[in-house]
Each structure stands twice: as structure tokens, then as C-alpha cells.
Write a protein that binds this ligand. Structure first.
Ligand code: GLU
Length: 449
């Protein structure tokens, strides 16, 4: 079991003290600090000038009121956030999440993870994250638009293609990005395509951005399996969630000959032993914006829906948690291990609890942490920024090719670094160290800022 090095303990204690009650942020920081003991043992100068303390402290945190009017004419209030965590490598970059669970601690954990994830891509992007406790479920298109416009009315003053570039996350897809871009354009009187990513193809979006997180996670897992001579073909795969990440993970797994037998949403999970019908999931989720329970009603025979319950009870060779943080517990990990899971690839941000990660690694299961495995989304956002800056638009094939190369590089750098630090196969350690060293090098060069 890894622990935080005694030299780093005071840093963790201070993070816990000054960010009281932010459990997910504590979890994310603790995990990174657990990996850094080995780095400072080898390079003690990385602990100089409060470098690690500075990485744990956001450069800027913005919290604001988001008033909007619902369809009944009532005024509603939500809270908006943008945490601009680290800009050593480039403009703040990271998604915006609309979900009732959003609070400052959640956005800080996501922003913190984003720093290292973005550094891992090797592209010039800093780390940030935003969102709101707005619940989009059951809201009309008009309500969504008015909310997005109000959210952007405040946020726009903090953004810019060289300053801070949001994108989507849970509850924010192409529709919401469109409304936010429209409002940004109107308020600033600038057609600044590079200020948001995940845009529609009609107005400066990148081909393959929609698919990128799920495709990228699958490329990562494929490469990780290949180190052991294992192929994805004919493997039984369980993908939690049924949002953007899950859908395009399933699509890529299918294209590699894998078989997806279960997926889920916050209401429960569906099992289809003949293989999940992805066209039907897309119809339910992308078109109707409905519940996954409808799958069983529409598909019928041979399928089952389990309300609530844990999707990880479904036996599989490969698990791709692609829903949300801490969705896969120690108990789930034990069940997966007993059922013979070979590999776990995190499509979501921090979906496995620390206990679960320890169980997987202790049992020799290949484990790809989210900050490496799901970096394909933000990497392709950086490719979207490149296309916007050069007023160009690439083909799907060209963009996917770049994505595949980036994921291959992330995998190889994590694996080599784990090896170099005496922990072969530990992708958590590899990812944290590669991401940290890239950010730390830039921060050192920029002086005490
Ligand atoms: N929300 C995504 C993530 O967690 C994408 C961020 C982006 O494209 O900026 O990485």
C-alpha cells in the first residue's frame, strides 16, 4: 500500500486543513503526492521553492451566481464555478460540468487532475475546470439555452483563446457548447473560435472530438493489453455510463472485435448477452435524451435491467468505468477480480476509489488511470484549438490518427517512467510522475509566480 512520503506529509496536511470538507479534492491530491515521494528522492530540488505546494493551490477560483428564468416564468438560481488551476504549460483548459452534485471541491479535484492529464498529452495546455450545480435533467431546450447564456454572461470575462478555454463534461455536450459560444460571441463581438472546444462542426468544431475520449481510452487499453500479448478481440467488456465517453468507448471496442455486454446510467444498468445494441443506446441517449431502462423495453428478449445495483457484478474481461467519480468501490473491485477481470481502463475522471485501485494493482490487474486513459478528449480539444488558430479543418482520419499517436505516446511514457522508478506496470505512478515533471519543469523556469 503506498503512502505519502514523510517529506510530503506536511504539504498534504496543509492541503487538507485549508480545503476543509473537500473530500474528492483531498483524494486527488493524496494520490498524486503518493507518487511524488519517489521523484523527490531522486531529484530533491523538485521540492524547492514550495513548488509542490504551489501546484496544489489554484491560481484563481471564480464562484458566481447564475440566475435564469424557467419555462413557468419563475426565477431560478444556480451557482457557477471556474477553477483556473495551473497555466504553466498553456491557457487553462478543461471542461464544464452541469450536475447537481457540483460544488467547489468537485471542481477542484477535476481541475487538479486536469493539470497532469493535460501535461501528459504533451500539448501546450494548462489545467482548469468549471461547472454548475444546475440539473439539466427534464429541462426544456429553451431552459437549457437560457441557463447557458446566463452562465456565460458572467464567465465570458474570465475566458479567451489565450487565457482559458472550456469544453464539455458531464451534462455539457455540443448543444450547450453552442449556446455558450453564441453568447460569448455576442457579448464580446468577437468570432473567437478557439475560446471553447467541443464545438459543432458547423462553426469551428473538430472532427473526431465527440468520439475522442472513448476512442482514446480504448486505444490506451489496447496498447496496455498488447504489453502482455493480449488482444481486445472477443473480450467481454463492461462499460459503465451511457453518455459521450461510454458511447464512443463502446463504438471503438466493437470496432476492435470486443463484445460489450452491459452499460448503465444513474438509474441502473442493462445487460445484453448478445452484445449491447449501440445504435439503440445512441437513439435513447443522444436523440431522445431518455433513460437506459428503455433499452430493455425496446429490445426485449435476452436483456435485463437492474435498477440501482452495481454494474460491476457483471462478469467481464475488461472493465471501462466511464460514468463518474468513485463509482467503482473496493467491493466492486473484489468482485471484478474474483470474476477474472484482466484490465481496467478509466474513461471517467477518478471513477475507482483508492481502495479499488489498490485491489486491482495488488491482484495484478492492468489498471489505466483516468488522467492517462481519458486524455484523448482534451488532447483532441487541443487539436481543435490548432485547427481554429490556423483557420483549418482536418479530416476525420487525420484527426483520429493524431489522437491514436498521442494515446500511444502517453501509454509508452507512463510505462517507461514506471519502469524507470522501479514500479513496472504501475500506470498510476507513471502518469503522475510524467505529468508532474512536465509541469514542474515549466513552473521552475517561470520563477515564483
Ligand atoms: N471534460 C473533459 C476532460 O475531463 C474534456 C476537457 C476538454 O476538452 O477541455 O478531460
Amino acid at each position: 500500500m503506498s503512502t505519502v512520503d514523510e517529506k510530503l506529509e506536511p504539504i498534504l496536511a496543509e492541503v487538507l486543513r485549508r480545503n476543509a470538507g473537500e473530500a474528492e479534492f483531498h483524494q486527488a491530491v493524496r494520490e498524486v503526492l503518493e507518487s511524488l515521494g519517489r521523484v523527490i528522492a531522486k531529484h530533491p530540488d523538485y521540492a524547492d521553492n514550495a513548488l509542490i505546494e504551489r501546484i496544489c493551490e489554484p491560481e484563481r477560483q471564480i464562484i458566481f451566481r447564475v440566475p435564469w428564468v424557467d419555462d413557468k416564468g419563475r426565477v431560478q438560481i444556480n451557482r457557477g464555478f471556474r477553477v483556473q488551476f495551473n497555466s504553466a504549460l498553456g491557457p487553462y483548459k478543461g471542461g464544464v460540468r452541469f450536475h447537481p452534485s457540483v460544488n467547489l471541491g468537485i471542481i477542484k479535484f477535476l481541475g487538479f487532475e486536469q493539470i497532469f492529464k493535460n501535461a501528459l498529452t504533451g500539448l501546450p495546455i494548462g489545467g482548469g475546470k468549471g461547472g454548475s450545480d444546475f440539473n439539466p435533467r427534464g429541462r426544456s431546450d429553451g431552459e437549457i439555452m437560457r441557463f447557458c447564456q446566463s452562465f456565460m454572461t458572467e464567465l465570458h470575462r474570465h475566458l479567451g483563446e489565450h487565457t482559458d478555454v472550456p469544453a464539455g463534461d458531464i451534462g455539457v455536450g455540443a448543444r450547450e457548447i453552442g449556446y455558450m459560444f453564441g453568447q460569448y460571441k455576442r457579448l464580446t463581438n468577437r468570432y473567437e473560435a478557439g475560446v471553447l472546444t467541443g464545438k459543432g462542426l458547423a462553426y469551428g468544431g473538430s472532427r473526431a472530438r465527440r468520439e475522442a475520449t472513448g476512442y482514446g481510452a480504448t486505444y490506451f487499453v489496447q496498447r496496455m493489453l498488447a504489453t502482455k500479448g493480449i488482444e481486445l478481440e472477443d473480450k467481454r467488456v463492461v462499460v459503465s455510463g451511457s453518455g459521450n465517453v461510454a458511447i464512443y468507448t463502446m463504438e471503438k471496442i466493437l470496432s476492435f472485435g470486443g463484445k460489450v455486454v452491459a452499460c448503465s446510467d444513474s438509474g441502473g444498468y442493462v445487460v445484453d448477452e448478445s452484445g449491447i445494441d449501440l445504435a439503440l443506446v445512441k437513439e435513447i441517449k443522444e436523440v431522445r435524451r431518455g433513460r437506459i431502462a428503455e433499452y430493455v423495453r425496446l429490445k426485449g428478449n435476452g436483456t435485463r435491467y437492474v435498477e440501482q445495483g452495481s454494474i460491476w457484478e457483471v462478469a467481464c474481461d475488461i472493465a471501462m468505468p466511464s460514468a463518474t467519480q468513485n463509482e467503482l468501490t473496493g467491493k466492486d473491485a473484489r468482485t471484478l477480480v474474483v470474476n477474472g477481470v484482466l484490465a481496467v481502463g478509466e474513461g471517467a475522471n477518478m471513477p475507482s476509489t483508492p481502495d479499488a485501485v489498490r485491489i486491482f494493482q495488488g491482484a495484478g490487474v492492468l489498471f489505466a488511470p483516468g488522467k492517462a486513459a481519458n486524455a484523448g478528449g482534451v488532447a483532441t480539444s487541443a487539436l481543435e484549438m490548432q485547427q481554429n488558430a490556423s483557420r483549418d479543418s482536418w479530416t476525420f482520419e487525420q484527426t483520429e490518427q493524431r489522437l491514436a499517436e498521442i494515446m500511444g505516446n502517453i501509454h509508452d511514457r507512463c510505462a517507461e517512467t514506471a519502469e524507470e522508478y522501479g514500479a513496472s506496470g504501475d500506470y498510476v505512478l507513471g502518469a503522475n510522475i510524467v505529468g508532474f515533471v512536465r509541469v514542474a519543469e515549466a513552473m521552475r523556469a517561470l520563477g515564483v509566480i
